[in-house]
Design a protein around this ligand. Structure first.
Ligand SMILES: [Zn+2]
Length: 243
């Protein structure tokens, strides 16, 4: 076998397992990036939490504005902060799956990918006694298994129409506010972070959040959880969970 052949085989396997599904998800209908504009709703979503300091600040801002949102949680953080998770569910917010350990799909073979999605789901179910309806893959990255697994668990896949950029090193609250306000359109899904590897960005986001929510009101938009864009409840009954 020629060296070129040795390169071609793993490259084609990577393309079939990771890159092709990823591109199809971003361009096709498999993942939701935007809701109907007629809804008059903007869906703020917070990834990577819950975090014991940032998430309560986010909840306080949402409660002050009578707004609801979606929290895409990492399973290991759910197990660390169950009271916070239950408080979020009691507030009428949606909770979505963001894997169990925040793994990138392109680095997960099939068994690992299934364990990451199922583990993240089970952590939420065990904590709130209801089932999430949404899955957001970390970094928005897919592989072939993540599609099949999400479908088998009746999880809809949600990406976003606006990236707050609160994960960018050195970003400021003013820059986050500017990026989000630019994306505040009817049906928009906004991606923000209340946990993860950029605590300074999360803190800046939390400080900017009241101004973002005020801007949504000024535009006649209702900030609500992602299911409100599609006439779905924030969480589903356990009876609908596929084993
Ligand atoms: Zn994430």
């Amino acid at each position: 076998m020629r060296p070129a052949d040795l390169l071609w085989i793993p490259a084609s396997a990577v393309a079939a397992y990771d890159i092709v599904p990823d591109v199809l998800a971003r361009r096709g209908q498999a993942a939701v990036r935007h809701g109907p504009a007629a809804s008059g709703v903007v869906a703020l979503s917070f990834d990577d939490g819950p975090h014991p300091e940032i998430t309560p600040q986010v909840l306080a801002a949402l409660e002050a504005a009578s707004a609801r949102a979606t929290f895409f949680m990492v399973g290991e953080n759910v197990r660390r902060h169950p009271e916070l998770v239950r408080r979020i569910a009691a507030g009428g917010h949606a909770i979505g799956v963001h894997t169990d350990h925040h793994r990138h799909a392109w680095l997960c073979p099939p068994a690992r990918m299934r364990a990451e999605i199922a583990g993240g789901l089970e952590a939420i179910v065990a904590t709130v006694g209801a089932r999430p309806l949404w899955f957001r893959p970390p970094w928005g990255a897919f592989n072939a298994t993540s599609f099949r697994c999400a479908r088998a668990l009746s999880l809809r896949i949600a990406l976003w129409s606006c990236d707050a950029g609160d994960w960018l090193p050195g970003t400021s609250g003013a820059a986050i506010e500017r990026r989000v306000v630019r994306g505040l359109q009817p049906g928009a899904i906004i991606d923000l972070h209340d946990g993860g590897q950029t605590p300074a960005g999360c803190a800046a986001m939390a400080r900017a959040l009241p101004a973002v929510l005020a801007a949504a009101v000024a535009r006649g938009l209702r900030a609500d959880h992602i299911g409100a864009l599609f006439d779905l409840p924030p969480l589903g009954p356990l009876s609908g969970l596929t084993p």
